[in-house]
Design a protein around this ligand. Sequence first.
Ligand SMILES: Nc1ncnc2c1ncn2[C@@H]1O[C@H](COP(=O)(O)OP(=O)(O)OP(=O)(O)O)[C@@H](O)[C@H]1O
Ligand SMILES: [Mg+2]
Length: 613
Amino acid sequence: MPDKILLLPDNIANQIAAGEVIQRPASAVKELLENAVDASATEIKLIINDAGKSLIQVPDNGSGMSETDARMCFERHATSKIQTIEDLFHIRTMGFRGEALASIAAVAQVELKTRKTENETGIYIEVENSMVKKQEPIAAPVGTSIAMKNLFFNVPARRNFLKSNAAEMRHIVDEFTRVAMSFPEILFTLTANNQQLFHLEAGSLKQRIVQLLGNNYNAKLVAVKEETDYMNIYGFVGKPETAKKTRGDQYFFVNNRFIKSPYLNHAVMNAYQQMIPGDSFPLYVLFMDLDPAVVDVNVHPTKQEIKFEDEKIVYAFVQAAVKHALAQFSVTPTLDFDLDASIQQLSSVQQPFTEKKQEAAASSSIFKGFTQKNQAHFIEKGERSELKHWKEFYEKASEERQVDSGEKVDKSETFPLATRHSLLATDIELTQLLNTYITVPSANGFLLIHQQAAHERVIYEQLTNASKDKPVTTQRSMFPVTLELAPADAAILEEILADLQLLGYALEPFGKNTFVIQGTPADVTQENEKHIIDVLLEQYKHFSSEVKFSKREKLIRSLARQQSIKTGVRLTEREMRQLVNDLFACEQANVTPDGNPTYLEFRQEQLDKMFGR
Ligand SMILES: Nc1ncnc2c1ncn2[C@@H]1O[C@H](COP(=O)(O)OP(=O)(O)OP(=O)(O)O)[C@@H](O)[C@H]1O
Ligand SMILES: [Mg+2]
């Protein structure tokens, strides 16, 4: 069998999107896995130590390399996958630039073992700083194993730039997931620090999705399959109820290559229109197969961005295919809003929401959880801080009253609330509108408080104070619950365990991707602990891109979101009063932690003007 690898002539090499191929351990993982796939392996292992910083190794049972190829593969622009410019338009392999191994050999110590079926012995090569250090024949199984050690050992600046092990491991799991998702017919394993995180038997795409993303998707996937002369699409989308608050499980593959495409994402979102809330993200794993001639994968060094010859056709096709799938499995809602007769018959729909029922609802755990005493991190405050802002209002308000009685007062400074006694006592009327807003009369008109925004601010400040002063008391669970997470989520949880502890959540690692919930904050109403942690992780991921926040800040923001009373919840008079009081006891009452307003003030003079008075 002749050698295969050729050096690309300069004119082709220069046309290939150059760039930094290896930026972090995960980039090397992607390249090594893709090489194994291109070598037609049926079993590919990924072995990681120290989040890839000390070792990334990929043994495969693919074609192997000849002795000359094994020497050649580390040269720049050395590839067996294309030979002419024409070939760039017919790429069916993952690789084509002949750059990956050269880049890896430049930044790590590399050991290659490889053998082809027809050869009796294999070959071992050691490379460091792009120089071959050792080459000798060895006994080896058919296939190739490439180990890269001490990534960036010769570029300390890059090494220092790497993130925490948990963060780098998360990137690695992401890349592994993308490649493994794309080739369900190949067996993949992932072992990190001698612990096997994944063992993915070869199987169907659906089995692969469930293996990777979790069993809970099993009954919740809708198949997509459309074929035309121009392109084929197949894969799965999640039923609307699986939509999440964070963009997570969304995968596009074009000719088996994972790509990122906000444009096509929009097409899928359009297909889901009215089925999921606007701020949530449906699951999708969609494969598009097109003639490689109408796709340019050569626009970006990571190959994750591609150009379609006609992206409008692809957009329309994706949208139609997803819509069709959702409709076929009758998960599309009936678009007219006539309620199903059987729903109308339900006793809960027919019976009025009596006062008695309202009371019962008010004593339910949701409501109890809402009042400050039951808050997770309720700390008895001194009267001083509680009343801080009220004092201001009081002084201003008494001036206001003097205005009423004809005395002189400086009206230039404004303040929102009418009288001192008002909210602390009970003679100021609070009204809830649309189960979302609370109106509060003010000196010049009224305030419209957004209940969820306000409560987020309140909890945020309580938690911030709690984490500064002393840890929140944990209530040990009588029956500790075990929690099994997807590896990426486990990595996140690992990262925030210590901070969670300070905030009253006691979790302990318990083997592979598993944690035991030993306790939750003492005053928080006991509900499903697993659910609490799930929602928390979702929220935390939502903030993860905000690099400007510390871990603790992200966590506190997540908890504030999670624990806040939501819009749509009816509040009792007492709860409204408590919320308004708590809000104005805050250091910065007028905005949420995200900077959105917690209340708006409507002045009578403005309103009068609007009515032309
Ligand atoms: N696991 C493997 N099994 C067999 N051959 C391999 C393996 N890995 C690399 N090779 C050979 O080494 C060559 C160089 O690999 P390299 O990853 O650097 O480039 P490429 O895959 O051709 O292109 P790209 O830079 O886009 O990945 C490949 O073209 C292939 O012939
Ligand atoms: Mg490659």
